[in-house]
Design a protein around this ligand. Structure first.
Ligand SMILES: Nc1nc2c(ncn2[C@@H]2O[C@H](COP(=O)(O)OP(=O)(O)OP(=O)(O)O)[C@@H](O)[C@H]2O)c(=O)[nH]1
Ligand SMILES: [Mg+2]
Ligand SMILES: [Zn+2]
Length: 345
């Protein structure tokens, strides 16, 4: 049944071309595994850039080792995007058509508020709804509730669920956020407990889980982004631990993650107030009277700078590519002119 995979009238209206609709469970190197509603199928992506969660249409048949060929990719409803690739700013789509972004934060070590800010901005920017999931509550000896309150302050406006894959805490609460046809992606650093949570919710070991080193960091056990269908309950998309998350033009996501600050800043005297000592600054006043934390304000400013920086790099690269393309075209035109025979009279 396609509905179990998230199919609905909206998708049906967009898949009016030829081929049969199916959802991408996994995509790698020109191939993809599709869930068809009656079994999985290995297909040739036919040159299309597919990511896990995409809806496609396909037709049976193909060459070496595949059972079908993709005909089209349906326009995505949501896209989880990060900047990647350091100097050569690039846009990487991590997952498509997800409804919920579960941002996992382990309580085995003190959570990093800066990292959470960053993950939440990426999550908000996707168009899906973020939920913070605190994992390994069993390791946060006695202080788990206090940690939850602290994280709730960082994640202002985002629900926070306290869980443990070991003692089962919070799993029913998390289960209630899922439903058949709804897709949730698991996001977080290596060792955060993404695959363990997937297994706990599935009730069986569908994904391999890893060891955690003495530093508390994971070992990158999961290596591919993969969608798992929990029959009658929903879909979970497990991802490899993110080494770093750059924001990708996530201004919208940033504004959502820091909605309280954005609203406050409207009351600053200057429209372009940088909240760095300007007179009648509402943010400075709120820090002074303790209604907002200076840490959040600094984090917001730093992430905004990063978005601006990434965009500049990307624009510069785009301009360079356009120049190269223009040179290539004009060379082609010139040589075409030379070799074209004169029109006969
Ligand atoms: N005590 C405890 N340990 C947990 C819990 N959840 C996960 N772990 C352990 O944490 C380690 C890492 O868990 P994984 O589920 O592999 O983490 P991951 O986020 O999938 O990591 P990558 O695949 O590397 O990105 C494993 O040794 C798990 O057994 C939990 O709720 N409590
Ligand atoms: Mg994993
Ligand atoms: Zn200000």
């Amino acid at each position: 049944m396609l509905e179990e995979l998230g199919w609905d009238a909206g998708w049906a209206a967009r898949a009016d071309g030829p081929g049969t609709p199916a959802r991408v469970l996994r995509a790698d190197g020109g191939r993809a595994v599709l869930a068809t509603g009656h079994g999985d199928l290995r297909v040739d992506a036919a040159g299309r850039a597919l990511v896990t969660g995409d809806w496609v249409t396909y037709q049976p048949g193909g060459t070496d080792g595949v059972d079908g060929t993709v005909l089209s990719r349906l326009p995505r409803r949501t896209e989880l995007v990060r900047g990647a690739g350091g100097r050569a700013a690039a846009r990487q789509v991590l997952a498509a058509n997800v409804d919920l972004v579960l941002v996992l934060v382990s309580l085995a070590a003190p959570p990093s508020a800066a990292r959470l800010d960053r993950l939440l901005a990426v999550a908000w920017d996707s168009g899906a709804t973020p939920v913070v999931v605190l994992t390994k509550a069993d390791l946060a000896a006695g202080t788990a509730d206090a940690e939850r309150d602290e994280v709730a302050e960082t994640a202002l406006g985002t629900p926070v669920v306290l869980t443990s894959a070991v003692d089962g805490r919070g799993l029913p609460e998390l289960g209630r956020l899922l439903r058949p046809g709804r897709t949730a992606v698991l996001l977080g650093v290596s060792g955060a407990g993404k695959s363990s949570l997937l297994n706990a919710l599935a009730g069986t070991a569908v994904a391999a889980t890893g060891a955690v080193g003495r530093t508390g960091r994971g070992r990158h056990t999961t290596t591919a982004r993969e969608l798992t269908v929990l029959p009658g309950r929903g879909l979970l998309l497990d991802t490899p631990g993110l080494r770093g998350v750059q924001l990708w033009e996530a201004d919208g996501g940033l504004d959502a993650a820091f909605a309280d600050l954005v609203e406050l800043a409207e009351r600053c005297r200057f429209r372009d107030c940088r909240h760095a000592g300007e007179p009648d600054c509402a943010i400075a006043a709120a820090i002074a009277d303790g209604t907002v934390s200076a840490r959040r304000v600094a984090s917001h400013a730093a992430l905004r700078r990063e978005v601006g920086w990434l965009r500049e790099r990307y624009d510069a690269r785009l301009r360079a590519e356009q120049r190269r393309e223009w040179r290539r075209l004009s060379r082609a035109v010139r040589s075409g002119r030379r070799s074209r025979p004169r029109p006969a009279r």
